[in-house]
Design a protein around this ligand. Structure first.
Ligand code: FES
Ligand SMILES: [Fe+2]
Length: 387
């Protein structure tokens, strides 16, 4: 199969036509729901429009405070071609552009702890609040005052320990939008958790396919029939409440299932849960691409980083209770969790890659959606309001 990047562009890649179709197409009745048009997953022009309106215009999850507990701790990631650094400094948690003010090399990459960022190109040096404090051999540059120079700060908010950023000055506060989720996020003590591990992988398909598949369990009986389906049959899943910024899918354990099918060996479950809480997993989408799996003993929070119409980086963070991470055997538990998640991930990667290939067909059109995938319709509705 040729690489997607080498494939023939969609005939008539017309962003306006795709927007028009999306706005015309969706019914307000979930029983009449259908997918977005397949062109929305195969268009360079529509992808650029989404990046501007959605990924630059709305809030994007970048990480959790437990990744940077100490002064000088930092991590980096690229969002819509913006290299960013998230750092713990005297001001708290700051998110800044990592692009050097000299000739644009990112001043820092990866993650770690430092007292200053030293650009790897010509050693210009920034303190951890972004002030330019060193510019070797620049003394002959006229009218250049490094004291006036600072890395641009990106608007950010921390909600339940989760760090969100936006490039928009206009968009409403994310904390405000997520208020209806406060009780659930408090119950899972999201602000108090520790990072167990992070995992990044390439998804050779459009970002929306990744979101949609995470948020429905309808595919369990086919894609995960030898893995997830036994314990978490797709037919038992149900889609509950949603709001303007988020939607939820609930995934109960099979009838007569054992708690060991939900829990991970070596982890200590969070406290204060009812029997019902212990026997289910919640899936949450905070639009556009923050995907959260809430289990009684761990959380996964992922952020999807679209690269192009057919390529997305999946950045996953797994969080556990402090009691779990304090266990002497925790490093091994985290390594085992990471390894065991890979088989499920592979199953999804295979089917979404195939789906991407099918969606480029000129014979493909919008498909009907059932009640087990109302979240797919929720995402379509969110997109309709943002474009
Ligand atoms: S690009 Fe950073 S010092 Fe030159
Ligand atoms: Fe899946």
């Amino acid at each position: 199969m040729p690489e997607y990047s080498q494939r023939i562009p969609v005939a008539g890649d017309d962003c306006g036509m795709i927007i028009e179709k999306i706005k015309r197409q969706q019914s307000d009745n979930s029983a009449l729901a259908e997918t977005l048009p397949p062109e929305a997953y195969n268009s360079d022009a529509f992808f650029s429009h989404e990046m501007e309106k959605i990924f630059r215009g709305d809030w994007v999850f970048v990480g959790h405070v437990s990744q940077i507990p100490a002064l000088g701790d930092y991590f980096t990631l690229d969002i819509v071609n913006e290299p960013l650094v998230v750092v713990r400094n005297a001001e708290g948690v700051s998110v800044m552009s990592a692009v050097c003010l000299h000739r644009w090399a990112p001043v820092v990459s990866g993650q770690g702890n430092c007292k200053a960022f030293v650009c790897p190109f010509h050693n210009w040096t920034y303190d951890i609040t972004g002030n330019l404090i060193g510019t070797p051999y620049m003394n002959q540059a006229a009218d250049f005052d490094r004291k006036q120079c600072r890395l641009p700060v990106i608007r950010s908010e921390i909600v339940h320990g989760m760090i969100f950023i936006t490039f928009s000055e206009q968009v409403e506060s994310i904390a405000q939008r997520l208020k209806p989720l406060n009780a659930l996020l408090d119950k899972y003590q999201v602000a108090e958790l520790d990072t167990a591990y992070t995992l990044d992988y390439d998804c050779p398909f459009n970002w929306k396919m990744a979101v949609e598949t995470f948020m429905e369990c309808y595919h369990h009986s086919a894609v995960h029939r030898t893995t997830l389906e036994d314990s978490f049959p797709g037919r038992l899943s149900y889609i509950g409440e949603d709001g303007p910024g988020w939607t939820l899918c609930h995934q109960p354990l099979r009838k007569n299932g054992e708690l060991s099918e939900v829990l991970t060996e070596g982890l200590i479950p969070l406290t204060g849960f009812s029997e019902e809480d212990m026997r289910q997993i919640h899936l949450m989408l905070i639009y556009p691409g923050c995907l959260i799996g809430l289990n009684p003993d761990r959380l996964s929070i992922s952020t999807l980083l679209p690269i192009n119409k057919h390529m997305t980086v999946w950045h996953r963070l797994v969080l556990v209770s402090k009691a779990s991470s304090a266990q002497p055997s925790f490093a091994q538990t985290a390594a085992d969790m990471k390894a065991s998640s890979l088989s499920i991930i592979d199953e999804d990667l295979m089917i979404n890659s195939a789906q991407q290939r099918g969606s480029a067909s000129q014979l493909a059109g919008p498909g009907r959606l059932g009640h087990l995938e109302t979240t797919v319709w929720h995402l379509a509705n969110y997109i309709r309001t943002r474009i």
